[in-house]
Design a protein around this ligand. Structure first.
Ligand code: CU
Length: 641
């Protein structure tokens, strides 16, 4: 079978793209390669694959020229070498590259002005144990925010090279770095704070008296896993999809189908994390600018971990590498960036007929897990897709890592954060994520025709038709235009959404569909006029719906780094385009509010947030009815659970 048209770019293809970029007139010695990713072909190629043949492979690249402070978006045909499109964006700041992070740290550590401030405030002359986290500068309306490529790093001090430096913030000193010149342009000083006295270590080598009563838990799959891979195209039981990965979005899911009695039925065309923002809630001058757009400013794929067997996942594991490039165009492979494995997930379904007590029917649930984990300086985000035998699709973000901390003076107990160790506190903050789900329920030969419905539970009127006042029903509203679709979650109506194909009916005569069930969520606490909110208007609604457009991929726009306003969802939806019975995109914004706890220190136990897509009239009956019983467990103790 030919390669799936959405297979991510290989290392060879990325190198070829870089070679094509380097001979373009816009590529100068001061140009950085920010990203090179697959330029996805027309959908018709994908839906007709493998019959339609293989389209020319193509790449979308983002370049940034430090010399003239200008970004470029360039599309390349890799087969012909031709430039398909070239868009110049003067003054737009694309994602910070990993090279810039490393170079920025060195620039600060070697800055005479920074060294002088460090000596003045703390009497420290040795900068070898200083940690410099790059932290994006944001945009607060100044001229330099609009005209320079800036960062405002946060600095910390280790007591030795393996110490957790985050336990000792260098609170009063904020260097400001121009990345185009790669130099510290000034050092802001906000006063003196002492260094917190205690270390906060969590490494196995530094935690004494570890618990000793854990017996081995071994997962064995003697016949191997139940999935097969062809490149990044995975098949597992009745599921089939392509696992994508790129520097900005990290893990992506493409062309997801479920084989229903011999028909590979399309469900979801593309799923991706488009943006996130972590605004902090402390107004003190040395803390007030803290917020991070981790996708658009740092690149979730660029920050991905290399995973190791037995640590992040358990059982029979297959890893996929991520192919990226560094900012000079050199190959950059993250080995084992994507983890694939299966998990037992308790009971799939069960019933015991009391008249047939010796033959209970129970089935184990098995789920396929595809995951990656990114480290954005102090914080970790795990991105986990789960696919279940009953057609459920779950996405979960796992938040862990180390809090972004700050220092208080003796006797202070902050109200905008939580004291978690002597002189050390963690400011309150929120994490807002935005997911883009380009649905494609039962896409057929006649095009893509889906509609999104808002579902609200309603108590029936109290009248003669409802004499016991017990009746309730579901009200489904077909969403017709973008602005009609703006919505928040509503616990009073148990609000959910359903993506239907009005042109395909199930056995009951109803449109086939999948229900979107939101999980935990939050509202922003910052005012709508807060600087970061003007750049992240995607937090204004939990739900947005747009008609599909290939250029509309990022909720806060293409270049949110140092943006002065949001160029994404809020701009596109101003046109109030029709969204019914067409190719639709569901955008979901979900927030996790973090009032830190002492128990989140020194390293944070995982917090979870996500959503569920659940077949709802997509199948004619329980699609997991055909799962056979598991063989009896040979273990001691309970042998049926
Ligand atoms: Cu948090």
């Amino acid at each position: 079978m030919s390669q799936h048209p959405l297979e991510p770019l290989s290392a060879t293809e990325i190198s070829h793209a870089v070679a094509l970029l380097k001979v373009l007139p816009v590529f100068t010695p001061s140009t950085r390669v920010i990203s090179v990713i697959l330029r996805e072909p027309e959908k018709s190629f994908v839906y007709d694959w493998p019959k339609a043949g293989t389209p020319d492979r193509a790449a979308d690249a983002v370049l940034f020229d430090n010399g003239i402070n200008t970004a470029y978006a360039i599309a390349l045909n890799l087969a012909t070498g031709e430039v398909i499109a070239l868009k110049t964006a003067p003054g737009s700041q694309p994602t910070l590259s990993v090279d810039e992070q490393v170079e920025c740290e060195q620039a600060v550590i070697h800055s005479p002005e920074f060294k002088a401030a460090l000596e003045r405030q703390y009497g420290i002359t040795d900068t070898s144990l200083v940690m410099v986290d790059i932290w994006s500068a944001g945009n607060y309306g100044s001229e330099e925010d609009a005209t320079r490529r800036l960062t405002r790093p946060l600095c910390f001090l280790r007591s030795d090279p393996t110490d957790n430096g985050y336990a000792r913030p260098i609170e009063g000193i904020r260097p400001v770095v121009d990345l185009n010149e790669m130099k510290v342009i000034r050092v802001e000083e906000y006063g003196h704070w002492p260094l917190p006295p205690n270390s906060g270590n969590y490494a196995a080598s530094r935690v004494p008296n570890q618990r000793t009563d854990i017996k081995p838990l071994v997962i064995t799959q003697p016949e191997g896993p139940s999935y097969t891979l062809d490149g990044n195209l995975i098949s597992w039981q009745k599921w089939q999809f392509v696992i994508g990965f790129n520097a900005r979005e990290g893990l992506t899911i493409h062309d997801l189908r479920y084989n229903d009695q011999g028909r590979a039925r399309p469900i979801l065309y593309r799923a991706s994390l488009t943006e996130m923002v972590v605004p902090y809630g402390d107004p003190q001058p040395q803390q007030v600018r803290k917020n991070a757009f981790d996708v658009g400013e740092y690149g979730m794929g660029m920050c991905a971990n290399s995973l190791r067997l037995g640590c992040d996942c358990l059982g029979y594991i297959t890893y996929l590498d991520a192919h990226l490039c560094d900012s000079r165009g050199g190959p950059l492979t993250i080995p084992n960036a994507i983890c694939i494995h299966e998990e037992d997930y308790g009971i799939l379904w069960k019933h015991t007929d009391r008249r047939l007590p010796d033959t209970p029917e129970v089935r184990r649930s098995r789920r396929l897990v595809v995951s990656s984990i990114s480290t954005v300086e102090n914080y970790e985000y795990g991105f986990f897709w789960y696919f279940y035998q009953d057609g459920n699709i779950q996405f979960e973000i796992k938040l862990t890592g180390i809090l972004s901390m700050a220092t208080v003076r003796e006797g202070e107990d902050p109200i905008y954060g939580t004291l978690i160790a002597p002189l050390l506190y963690a400011p309150n903050h929120q994490h807002f994520f935005n997911m883009r789900l380009n649905m494609g329920i039962d896409v057929g030969v006649d095009g893509i025709h889906n509609t999104i419905q808002q579902l609200d539970g309603v108590s029936a009127p109290i009248d003669e038709a409802n004499p016991f006042e017990n009746a309730f029903y579901i009200q489904a509203t077909d969403l017709q235009t973008e602005q009609q679709a703006f919505a928040h979650l509503n616990l009073e109506t148990g609000r959910a959404w359903k993506i239907v194909n009005p042109n395909v009916k199930n056995a009951m005569g109803h449109p086939v569909g999948y229900k979107f069930l939101p999980g935990d969520n939050a509202y922003p606490f910052a005012s709508p006029n807060a600087w970061w909110r003007k750049r992240a208007r995607f937090v204004d609604h939990h739900i947005w719906v747009t008609p599909y457009h290939p250029d509309e991929k990022f909720a806060a726009g293409d270049y949110p780094n140092q943006s002065s306003e949001d160029h994404g969802l809020v701009k596109w939806t101003a046109a109030d385009r029709p969204i019914a019975n067409t190719d639709v995109v569901l955008w979901y914004t979900f927030g996790h509010t973090h009032f830190p706890r002492p128990e989140d220190y020194p390293v944070m136990p995982t917090a979870y947030i996500g959503f569920l897509l659940k077949p709802n009239g997509f199948f004619n009956e329980n699609p997991s009815n055909d799962v056979p019983p598991a063989p009896p467990a040979p273990a001691k103790g309970c042998n049926h659970c």
